[in-house]
Design a protein around this ligand. Structure first.
Ligand SMILES: [Zn+2]
Length: 322
């Protein structure tokens, strides 16, 4: 089976890609490149670095740009969203095992308030991007996780056609109602959207997943050829029922948790000055943090989800090497 075109990216190469995009603009909007095909078709946005410490998506932008002559139809906007946080991350992050301080400059760009009137860096950036976001028909936002995790599709709307990526075996359902703010792609108004968590931030495989996801989305839309002739792959679905947000800074987890770890109902998760926190029902841990207390107090620390019976959970800590 012939693979889609892709390459490996070192951190230095990703930094060069970032600098290329930082120097680029489209109609005065920095951090954007547009590919236009000769034939009409949908307008698609491929987004990287909505969070400044998540560089994997840059590989997808660069890969599509390198192969821009192959676009068959439509227009593809290649976007680096949080230029400010990304610049700090590449210049200042020395401990790549802990980069949470470079996630944003002033506020989380993926938790937008209802009213977009505030003078934060991220809201200014969103205002720059809005004219493009509003014209997109489809959008893919490429993220990564702090802890080791299999790649995950974060489902935005169960009613839309599901993005089918061969190496993404997990679907996280129903997370939107549990976010403290609107996901950035919710601002796209008329676009169907997907978020892919490509793996952990610094894992080389995450850049490969990002390239594959972007290519396969465009292939599904008949905007690129699909050399892999992708067929539907089996997936495991986990449905979020709660975001765990610590009430105040006194709370600590009792121990480090692992993504897709199964926790029985009524298990003590965390203690602090107020009431202890328990699991309401049998739960899977989604987007496990690597620490006992959140770096950003008041944000979602991790999520609890229902899922397959534990015996059929393919991603438990014992089965998924972390
Ligand atoms: Zn992210």
């Amino acid at each position: 089976m012939q693979a889609f075109p892709h390459s490996a990216y070192t951190r230095d190469q990703l930094y060069q890609v970032f600098l290329d995009w930082q120097r680029s603009s489209w109609q005065g909007i920095q951090g954007l490149r547009l590919i236009e095909a000769p034939e009409p078709g949908p307008s698609v946005g491929i987004m990287a670095m909505t969070h400044g410490n998540e560089p994997a998506g840059l590989a997808a932008l660069d890969n599509l740009w390198q192969h821009r002559q192959q676009l068959l139809a439509g227009r593809v906007f290649l976007m680096v969203n949080n230029l400010g946080a990304g610049a700090r991350y590449f210049k200042e992050a020395s401990d790549l095992g802990f980069t949470a301080h470079f996630r944003f400059v002033d506020q989380d760009m993926n938790r937008m308030p209802e009213a977009l009137h505030c003078n934060s860096y991220e809201l200014q950036r969103v205002h720059e991007l809005l004219p493009v976001l509003k014209q997109l028909d489809r959008v893919l936002d490429l993220h990564s996780t702090s802890a080791a995790s299999p790649p995950m599709l974060i489902e935005m709307d169960p009613g839309q056609g599901m993005l089918n990526v061969a190496s993404v075996p997990v679907v996280i359902r129903n997370i939107l109602p549990h976010l403290r703010g609107r996901a950035l792609i919710s601002l796209c108004e008329q676009a169907e959207g997907d978020v892919i968590e490509c793996g952990s931030h610094e894992e080389p495989g995450a850049t490969s997943i990002a390239q594959q996801a972007a290519w396969q989305l465009l292939a599904q839309l008949n905007m690129l050829t699909d050399p892999a002739h992708t067929t539907q792959h089996p997936r495991q679905i986990y449905s979020v029922y709660r975001a765990v947000i610590f009430p105040d800074a006194s709370y600590r987890l009792r121990r480090i948790l692992h993504s897709f770890e199964h926790i029985p109902a009524q298990t003590l998760l965390a203690e602090g000055d107020g009431p202890p926190l328990y699991t309401e029902s049998d739960s899977y841990i989604i987007m496990a943090p690597q620490r006992l207390q959140p770096v950003h107090p008041g944000s979602e620390f991790f999520y609890l989800a229902s899922g397959p019976p534990p015996a059929e959970n393919p991603f438990g800590p014992q089965k998924f090497k972390i």
